[in-house]
Design a protein around this ligand. Structure first.
Ligand SMILES: [Zn+2]
Ligand SMILES: [Zn+2]
Length: 155
């Protein structure tokens, strides 16, 4: 139930609560878009990562967050990497999210375009997946990878 209230998508229930909870992180991103989908409410998105994500949104058009914060338990449940950048760090900050286009084609060719835009903005980590990309602002060296489900075939 707490998850429904915190989503902030119900302006017709004008209690003021939903608006207060719909914290805006940048021009086009709200905090609830990045919440751990298990409903635990853990972690916060790193503001530097969000600022870069907003630049990507400005270049690419409307984006949808497919995965943001993942608590350790939820990350394990969905088979994420054990040291995933989606897990809150020691400061409780998360420097990663998976995104796709909010509308239009999510073909391999289009997702590659999103990957290229992210690369031009110098995200530290970028992964190319079928139907989405992963972007992160990890400390240390840059990383680039292609998931084996992505292919040059334009499906
Ligand atoms: Zn969780
Ligand atoms: Zn990811």
């Amino acid at each position: 139930m707490a998850k429904l209230v915190s989503c902030g998508c119900l302006p017709q229930i004008n209690t003021g609560v939903s608006f207060a909870m719909a914290e805006r992180l940048s021009k086009n991103f709200l905090a609830h878009e990045f919440e751990c989908s298990c409903g635990c409410g853990q972690g916060q998105m790193d503001p530097i990562h969000i600022a870069l994500l907003q630049k990507l949104r400005n270049a690419a058009g409307p984006l949808r967050v497919t995965s943001g914060i993942r608590c350790k338990e939820h990350n394990k449940l969905i088979g994420g990497a054990s040291r995933s950048q989606h897990i809150p760090n020691s400061q409780g900050m998360v420097v990663a999210c998976d995104i796709t286009f909010a509308k239009g084609s999510k073909s391999n060719r289009n997702i590659l375009r999103l990957y290229t835009l992210a690369d031009q903005l110098h995200f530290k980590g970028i992964g190319l997946y079928k139907g989405r990309i992963h972007v992160d602002s990890r400390p240390g060296r840059r990383a680039r990878w292609i998931d084996h489900f992505w292919s040059w075939k334009d499906t």
